[in-house]
Design a protein around this ligand. Sequence first.
Ligand code: SF4
Length: 316
Amino acid sequence: MTKPNLELYLAAPRGFCAGVDRAIKIVEMAIEKWGAPIFVRHEIVHNKYVVDELRSKGAIFVETLEECPSDRPVIFSAHGVPKSIPAEASARKMVFVDATCPLVSKVHIEAERHYSNGLQMVMIGHEGHPETIGTMGQLPKGEVLLVETPEDVTKITPRNIEKLAYITQTTLSVDDTIEIVKKLKARFPSIVGPHKEDICYATTNRQEAVKAVSPKVDALLVIGAPNSSNSKRLVEVGKSSGCKYSQMVQRASDIDWRALKGAKSIGITAGASAPEILINEVILAISSRFNVTQKIVETAVENIEFKVPRILRETS
Ligand code: SF4
């Protein structure tokens, strides 16, 4: 049977970012340096495949520090942790390595700087996401007011509207955040913002590439995990940029082939924590059912790399 023709548009950049790459390296190097088991507080990055691979190498994933014995090293995930966590690890004299992405740490530093200048913070972020918990946990309780939607802006009651600053989660929708910032500035004209957006380069670039691909395709597949904020945003951006069928798949077995029947073009992208091996798996599965012509839609070139912490670069 002849396979139907299909144009496959690959968004670029897609997949792993520098922060995820570094976090995975940190776990691998820690296992090499100290041997297994190495404890990791929270999924190092939000991807089941990555977590399972590291687990098979000797990582044990836990949600709280109490679950870690004091005599084994522990790693904090790329999303960042509240200040109380390294403090608790130090009090227990634990060896710990912080795999917080440097771009998340940058937001933490920003929050502290504003706080020391006497400003109360508004954080634009998703409630319950580990990055939001970690960033809010840099300052004492009550110093960070969380807003998730433009409507939330009308509900917050700052201490002093003249002394306010805003920060954001790094993996938000660029367009939705612009709307929230507009509302904040309208209600609190003196609010201070970051010089450059807190939304990171990887989130911005992946969303831009999806905006370029979506109008060209009948369907968009986002390889990512349901708990990955930046992957969820890519699905939304796909829809808002003109692709009616924009769907997340964790891997090829999740593809709903009935929904893709009759498609003449499909777009592919992947969240910042989705490994290349899963992207290739999806491309291969599509190629087994369609006669594929691949096209790359590149909107940015990335060459960012982050160093791993010194403790892992030292030989002893
Ligand atoms: S998505 Fe952005 S902030 Fe998150 S780990 Fe990657 S580079 Fe860092």
